[in-house]
Design a protein around this ligand. Structure first.
Ligand SMILES: NC(=O)c1ccc[n+]([C@@H]2O[C@H](COP(=O)([O-])OP(=O)(O)OC[C@H]3O[C@@H](n4cnc5c(N)ncnc54)[C@H](O)[C@@H]3O)[C@@H](O)[C@H]2O)c1
Length: 432
């Protein structure tokens, strides 16, 4: 099956369709399009138009990557013809109540089902809880295709490890986990991904194992950061710099170096809830995973309290004060603002009638306005009571102590969330 599938793709009798042209789907689609015919499908009309111009609106992918590839970007379902492999990379967010929002996944599965042909494999890449692909997506494929699972089509799961903004760990040089519903499916999917993943693939024991592996990669990171955030709150009460402690403890062979920070984005702060949801459904209420989430979700309050304390300590009325926030995206060197915890910091400060100037050279200002009603300043002003250095964008790392000093009033406070300015001893400095 594996050999035949690759042969059909090589002969261009069949194509690969990637559903969802986002941070995950677009890179994988372009990687395959260097070798095979690919259909890149998305429901977002504006996005498809930009992709037609050979541009990635998220600026993760260079324009050259759009050249010499065999790819058709489309929002039209009728283009999903002669597809032997579907790759699903649609969002898997959580609802307001923090349960999995499977609507995009179900909707994508319906689209595939309506167009599914005999012999095809559907590979899910979206992050889900163990069991989701087989329990939730498969029945939708069957229902909407009128094909018989097992006889007519197969399913597979291959989680994504792409790290936007990271130029070191790329799609191609990072081992990719693959899994399939049968050993033939696994062979076929492994063989396919091996064409584009130079680092090779890891064959997981089952689809559930692959789903579980992805979810714990992120849940583990979330917990490790939560521990650092908690000790950072404790050490703040003790007037100890957390980074100094981590550096000292890090000299032991088995100490794990993680750093405190605002945990936002659509992966680390979201995926643990997929695991806890399923666990609770099965009758076990997780304790440490949810405790970690709580600590991380509340960290913005800790930062805001620090600012309020500083203003009160200096007898500055909140509505007379001005704060600069450097960076609002959920992490460094990306434009992504989904679930950014810096947004929480800004909104909480605004709640106290504090003027907050947000400066971020990466963010899409229209999207920020639309999503959170927050505007940015085109240039950094001055006379700030405090500066919150929230995101470690490359531009910010070169700021000098003198520059930050001149931006602030006398005794202004620098809150260095990412410990970018650790050596700025001449400032009223505070780090997480
Ligand atoms: N971005 C990351 O760093 C990353 C890393 C690993 C895994 N993941 C996971 O990969 C999945 C996709 O994430 P992303 O960051 O690429 O999301 P994204 O929001 O960047 O892109 C998803 C795309 O899917 C499209 N879409 C939504 N519903 C659709 C439908 N029914 N049919 C077709 N297209 C549809 C959207 O328009 C959007 O363009 C998620 O499960 C996420 O958790 C993301």
């Amino acid at each position: 099956m594996g050999g035949m599938l690759l042969q059909q793709l090589k002969n261009e009798e069949k194509k690969i369709a990637v559903i969802g042209m986002g941070y995950v789907g677009l890179p994988i689609a372009l990687a395959f399009a260097k070798h095979f015919h690919v259909v890149g499908f998305d429901i977002d009309k504006a996005l498809i138009e930009t992709l037609h111009q050979g541009k990635d609106p998220r600026e993760e992918i260079q324009d050259e990557e759009f050249q010499n590839v065999k790819i058709q970007f489309t929002k039209n379902e009728d283009d999903l013809k002669d597809i032997s492999v579907y790759i699903v990379a649609v969002p898997t967010p959580v609802t307001k109540l923090k349960s999995p929002d499977l609507r995009p996944l179900i909707s994508a599965s319906k689209t595939i089902g309506r167009n599914l042909e005999k012999g095809a494999i559907v590979v899910y890449e979206s992050t889900v809880y163990p069991g989701c692909t087989q329990e939730e997506c498969l029945p939708v494929l069957e229902e909407h295709s009128n094909l018989r699972y097992g006889d007519d089509f197969h399913i597979a799961y291959s989680p994504e490890r792409i790290n936007p903004g990271d130029k070191v760990h790329t799609l191609s040089n990072t081992i990719k986990i693959v899994s399939g519903d049968t050993s033939d499916t696994l062979d076929a999917v492994a063989g396919l991904y091996e064409v584009v993943i130079e680092a090779g693939v890891h064959r997981a024991a089952s689809i559930k194992v692959a789903e579980a592996a992805k979810i714990i990669e992120n849940a583990q990171r979330d917990l490790n950061i939560a521990f650092m955030n908690e000790i950072s709150i404790i050490f703040d009460l003790m007037n100890i710099n957390t980074l100094d402690v981590i550096e000292a403890a890090g000299t032991k062979w088995n100490f794990l170096k993680f750093y405190p920070g605002l945990v936002g984005g659509h992966c680390i702060g979201v995926d643990p809830y997929y695991l806890t949801y399923k666990s609770e459904q099965l009758g076990y209420k997780p304790e440490i995973i949810l405790a970690g989430r709580k600590v991380n979700d509340n960290l913005s309050k800790h930062v805001v309290n620090k600012v309020l304390g500083h203003l009160e300590g200096n007898n500055v009325a909140f509505d007379q004060s001005k704060i600069l926030v450097l960076g609002i995206t959920f992490k460094e060197n990306v434009s992504d603002i989904r679930n950014s915890k810096v947004v929480d910091v800004v909104q909480e400060l605004q709640h106290y009638n504090i003027q907050v100037d947000v400066y971020d050279p990466y963010v899409d200002v229209n999207e920020l306005e639309k999503s959170y009603h927050i505007s940015t300043v085109p240039e950094i002003g001055g006379g700030y009571q405090a500066i919150i250095a929230a995101v470690k964008h490359e531009e910010f790392t070169t700021f000098s102590e003198e520059k930050l000093k001149t931006l602030m009033v006398e005794n202004g406070m620098l809150l260095d969330i990412k410990s970018m300015y650790k050596n700025f001893k001449g400032l009223n400095y505070w780090a997480l």
